[in-house]
Design a protein around this ligand. Structure first.
Ligand SMILES: NC(=O)c1ccc[n+]([C@@H]2O[C@H](COP(=O)([O-])OP(=O)(O)OC[C@H]3O[C@@H](n4cnc5c(N)ncnc54)[C@H](OP(=O)(O)O)[C@@H]3O)[C@@H](O)[C@H]2O)c1
Length: 260
């Protein structure tokens, strides 16, 4: 019997977490993938390697996309939707960490990080929401936007407050986008992982509750196939913990956060 074709678009097409989410979706019947990346060939090769053992032959394509080239987001993504849409899920995994970088960052580095983590993705998601709304002749179906935020969005800390601030902007934008999409058929899922062992955190001492791309992907894929929006802390116990930590008096918070 023919499987229904489910499709996903990944922005940040070389992201280890993003690719792992696609692999988890492939195991759940998704079989059409588009990757937007600064290095589209690398992204395609990485996904091909991951999906090699998939029973069904998925269709895959990649295209050049840079989060900071905001002026071209609408036209680049519109072309992708025409050529390769409609999409059931769009995942935004773009990000740059710059850990232990705050006061040491030059103004241009601060601006670049905010463009990569916040203004670029927010602008792209505006285009995505518009394109999802208008796909399938104005019927978005049950489509889902997945935004990878971070535990760092919950409260800024001295070691990486530029990253935290940029993720906080993206997170708030995604929350508002979710509200704006109510009744449209489009849901928004916000992932707030803690420390995940990927190339982004290579060389850093793992934080408590450190996890893996596979764990993040399993939680994300479960929510995606069930068309469940909202906020997903990974691991889940980070949610109640951060509810306490974000309300700690500042002196205590500084001691808890330390140099981490
Ligand atoms: N790892 C963690 O501990 C952790 C925790 C919480 C949240 N997150 C978030 O999870 C997401 C994925 O991170 P990851 O761990 O999978 O790390 P990753 O493999 O380094 O993924 C980051 C992605 O962002 C892309 N990117 C960076 N700047 C870009 C730009 N200007 N235009 C387009 N793409 C750009 C990278 O592409 P290139 O290959 O071109 O560099 C890469 O695909 C990020 O948003 C990150 O902030 C990660």
């Amino acid at each position: 019997m023919l499987q229904p074709r489910k499709s996903a678009l990944l922005l940040g097409g070389t992201s280890e977490i993003g690719l792992e989410i696609l692999a988890a979706l492939a195991a759940q019947g998704y079989n059409r993938f588009s990757l937007g990346a600064r290095e589209p060939e690398t992204a395609l090769a990485s996904l091909t390697a991951r999906l090699r053992s998939t029973a069904q032959e998925p269709s895959m394509h990649s295209f050049r996309w840079d989060a900071t080239e905001i002026a071209s987001h609408q036209s680049v993504l519109a072309e992708v939707f025409v050529e390769h849409g409609p999409f059931d899920a769009v995942i935004c995994a773009v990000g740059a960490l710059g850990h232990h970088a705050g006061l040491t960052m030059a103004p241009t580095e601060v601006a670049a990080m905010i463009a990569t983590n916040a203004s670029g993705p927010c602008a792209a998601l505006a285009a995505v929401a518009d394109l999802l709304t208008n796909q399938r002749s104005g019927d978005p179906g049950r489509s889902l936007i997945v935004v990878i935020s971070s535990v760092a969005a919950a409260r800024a800390r001295k070691s990486n407050f530029v990253y935290g601030a940029s993720k906080s902007c993206l997170d708030a934008y995604a929350q508002g986008l979710r509200d704006a999409c109510v009744g449209s058929g489009i849901e928004v899922l916000i992932l707030r992982p803690g420390f995940v062992r990927t190339r982004m955190t290579a060389g850093l001492a793992p934080a408590p509750m450190a996890t893996t791309p596979e764990v993040v992907a399993a939680a994300a894929a479960k929510a995606i196939v069930n068309h469940r929006g909202g906020v997903l802390w990974i691991p889940a116990r980070l949610g109640p913990l951060m509810a306490i930590l974000r309300n700690l008096p500042i002196g205590l918070w500084r001691r808890v956060a330390g140099d981490r």
